[in-house]
Write a protein that binds this ligand. Structure first.
Ligand code: PGA
Length: 247
């Protein structure tokens, strides 16, 4: 079963609009010169979405937001609903990133509502799951992650989302899951999905993906791409990761 690879750059709270659009333009030029074998998605800060959209106009590079509110509109000061993201040119949105879960108290129920809101607005949610270091050390990694997958996707068709496994202890730390550990978890996640659809669902790995480990991670049979934070902020580190995603 061939699943098209996806490489997504999560800029987090980095890069002003001019910087983000300059990076997008640089990536665009490089990918136009040599088209990638994978789908490429950029997720800038909300306020940079417009500028990045302009830089990407007419290119196959897709645009994502990093968060979404689950209500579509109304008295929710400071929030952004999925329809607004679609209106701004986004086709994808990251939901349930571990920083949202850990720093902003998002629970699986919130993630689920956000994923549903995204789908209702025609966006593809990139649904993140992952265990903490203490959960891994306690031998609970798989139970925690499979629980997050089941609960975050309750009532959601997994074929309509992109999943991202991001062990919390690997995010921004320079520590990466070994390709074998990543594969083991990706295979477990896939097996937890309905047999009739599991081969169609793309599961990205995230957590300190860098040019020097991308090929080994992306070479695992159940790793279908990467969600990249720090290394997505510069063309010289992001491009080799995109190039390592070969189908
Ligand atoms: P990192 O972040 O690549 O900087 O570890 C990944 C992520 O949080 O999506």
């Amino acid at each position: 079963m061939s699943r098209r690879f996806v490489v997504a750059g999560n800029f987090k709270m980095n890069l002003l609009a001019g910087e983000a659009s300059a990076l997008a333009a640089e990536l665009r030029a490089a990918l136009e010169a040599e088209p990638p074998a994978c789908e490429v998605i950029l997720a800038p800060v909300f306020t940079s979405i417009h500028a990045v959209r302009e830089a990407l106009q007419g290119s196959p590079i897709a645009l994502a937001a990093q968060n979404v509110h689950f209500e579509s509109s109304g008295a929710f000061t400071g929030e952004v609903g999925a329809g607004f993201l679609a209106d701004a040119g986004c086709t994808h949105v990251i939901v349930g990133h571990s920083e949202r879960r850990q720093l902003f108290g998002e629970r699986d129920a919130d993630v689920r509502e956000k994923a549903k809101a995204a789908l209702d607005a025609g966006l593809t949610p990139i649904v993140c799951v992952g265990e903490t270091l203490s959960e891994r050390e306690a031998g609970q990694a798989e139970a925690i992650v499979l629980g997050q997958v089941a609960s975050s996707l309750e009532g959601v068709d997994p074929q309509r989302v992109i999943l991202a496994y991001e062990p919390v202890w690997a995010i921004g730390t320079g520590r990466t899951a070994s390709p074998e550990d990543a594969q083991e978890m990706h295979a477990a996640i896939r097996s937890s999905l309905l047999a009739s659809i599991r081969d169609k669902v793309r599961i990205l790995y995230g957590g300190s993906v860098k040019p020097d480990n991308a090929e080994a991670l992306l070479g695992q049979p159940d790793v279908d791409g990467a969600l990249v934070g720090g290394a997505s902020l510069k063309t010289e580190s992001f491009l080799p990761i995109i190039r390592a995603a070969k189908h």
